[in-house]
Design a protein around this ligand. Structure first.
Ligand SMILES: Cc1cc2nc3c(=O)[nH]c(=O)nc-3n(C[C@H](O)[C@H](O)[C@H](O)COP(=O)(O)O)c2cc1C
Length: 177
C-alpha cells in the first residue's frame, strides 16, 4: 500500500494552504519541513513537497532533500508556489539550479500561484522587492514582461485557488492506484 507524505515550507502561508488542501484530499496530514522527522519520509513511498519561490529558489528544499536522504524507490512530487503566472513562466532555470539531472528526470513538478501582501512582508523581503522594482524600472525593455509585478507592487494580491491542485491530485491518485 502507498504511504503518502505531504511536506511544505512557507513563509507567508500560500504553500502551507496548498499543502493542507492536498493533504485533506489525500487523507493525510500536512507537515512543515521543520517539524518533519526523517523517519516519516523514509517510511513513505510517495513524497509530496511544496515550497514558496523566493528569488527563484524553492524554500526549504535543501532541508527536504537532506531529511529524505536517498530517493530510490520513491515517487517524488514537487510543487512550487510563486506569484508569477505559470502559463507565462519558464521554470527550467529554477529547476536546473535546484535539482540534479537525475532528480529532474524522475521527479514530477507542478507550479502553483500564491499570494503577496506587502503590508505583511518582512523588512528584508520588502527591501528585496523594492530593489527588484528599481532594477526592472531601469530597464524599459523589461516593463512589458513584468507588467503584473508592477501592477501588484505594494498591494495585496491573492491567486491561490484550490482548483489548481486538480492535476496534482490526479497525478498522485494515479501513482497510488
Ligand atoms: C523577496 C521575494 C522574492 C520572491 N521571488 C519570487 C520569484 O522568484 N518567483 C515568483 O514567482 N514569486 C516570487 N515571490 C512571490 C512568492 O513566491 C509568493 O508570495 C508565494 O505565495 C510565497 O509563498 P509562501 O507564502 O508559501 O512562502 C517572491 C516574494 C518575495 C517576498
Amino acid at each position: 500500500m502507498s504511504k503518502i507524505a505531504v511536506v511544505y515550507a512557507s513563509k507567508y502561508g500560500s504553500a502551507e494552504t496548498y499543502a493542507e488542501w492536498l493533504a485533506q484530499e489525500l487523507d493525510v496530514q500536512a507537515l512543515s519541513i521543520k517539524k518533519t522527522k526523517p523517519e516519516l519520509l523514509s517510511e513513505s513511498n510517495i513524497l509530496i513537497y511544496g515550497g514558496g519561490l523566493y528569488a527563484s529558489g524553492i524554500k526549504g528544499l535543501k532541508e527536504f532533500k537532506k531529511k529524505c536522504g536517498a530517493f530510490q524507490n520513491k515517487k517524488v512530487v514537487i510543487f512550487t508556489v510563486g506569484l508569477a503566472d505559470p502559463q507565462k513562466t519558464d521554470y527550467s532555470e529554477i529547476l536546473k539550479n535546484s535539482f540534479t539531472e537525475d532528480e529532474r528526470e524522475n521527479f514530477k513538478f507542478f507550479h502553483l500561484r500564491g499570494a503577496i501582501d506587502y503590508k505583511e512582508l518582512s523588512l528584508p523581503h520588502r527591501a528585496m522587492m523594492a530593489m527588484m522594482m528599481k532594477m526592472l524600472k531601469s530597464k524599459p525593455e523589461s516593463i512589458q514582461e513584468n507588467e503584473e509585478f508592477f501592477a501588484s507592487y505594494g498591494k495585496r494580491t491573492d491567486f491561490k485557488d484550490k482548483r489548481l491542485l486538480i492535476p496534482v491530485l490526479e497525478y498522485v491518485k494515479q501513482l497510488s492506484d
